[in-house]
Design a binder for this molecule. Structure first.
Ligand code: GAR
Length: 210
């Protein structure tokens, strides 16, 4: 089976969606390890409950980003993954790390990229008064939240929405699209070719598939 390593920092609801997809034979591979930079991440319990190797690698124990990412590379490579999945991993990655796994790393981001890169995406979308928001699965490149988009899902913002309600709506979509993108990758259909994400060999538009 194709091997997946998932990196998390928190709740791990996207990890859970991936675990559930695997349980239904819909992931196209096996999650062989979950790694968290936060010792108290709830996602670690989700991993253990699913019988998956759960590793804590606290960034505070390293002097520099380079040292941490070097240690992270070692732990990841021990598990010989075909794909590294960033599921709420709230760390900026070094160029060395990104390039080591270039074309083999997918991230989920809570906005319709290229809109709202960075943090606090729901609050920013609300305060701008935009009608459409959502989430994106993209390949990780050196450009933070700037790698080629594979798949997006939209949600409508309504006048009643709060940051919390919007986050819940977007995350429900994340849980739908992330396992699909991972499966397409593991089947060899979704790839990074040069600067573009491709599906079945066809380059995708900048906003990926929707
Ligand atoms: C997700 O909503 C994901 O889009 C976001 O963190 C959340 C993690 O939730 N990621 C980022 O903001 C990346 N910059 P989860 O731990 O419940 O999956």
């Amino acid at each position: 089976a194709r091997r997946v390593v998932v990196l998390i920092s928190g709740s791990g609801s996207n990890l859970q969606a991936l675990i559930d997809a695997q349980a239904h034979d819909e992931l196209g591979g096996e999650i062989v390890a979950v790694i968290s930079n936060q010792a108290d991440a709830y996602g670690l319990k989700r991993a253990r409950d699913a019988g998956i190797d759960a590793v804590v690698l606290p960034h505070r124990e390293y002097d520099s980003r380079e040292a941490y990412d070097g240690a992270l590379i070692k732990v990841i490579e021990r598990h010989e993954p075909d794909l590294i999945v960033l599921a709420g991993f709230m760390r900026i990655l070094t160029p060395r790390f990104v390039n080591r796994f270039l074309g083999r790393m997918l991230n989920i981001h809570p906005s319709l990229l290229p809109a709202y890169q960075g943090l606090h995406t729901h609050a920013r979308a609300l305060s701008d008064g935009v009608a459409e928001h959502g989430c994106s699965v993209h390949f990780v490149t050196e450009e933070l939240d700037g790698g080629p988009v594979a798949l997006q899902a939209e949600v409508a913002i309504t006048p009643e929405d709060t940051e919390e309600s919007l986050k819940a709506k977007v995350q429900a979509r994340e849980h739908l699209i992330f396992p699909i993108a991972v499966c397409w990758y593991l089947e060899g259909r979704l790839r990074l070719e040069g600067d573009a994400a491709t599906m079945d060999g066809t380059p995708l538009p900048p906003t990926g598939m929707r």
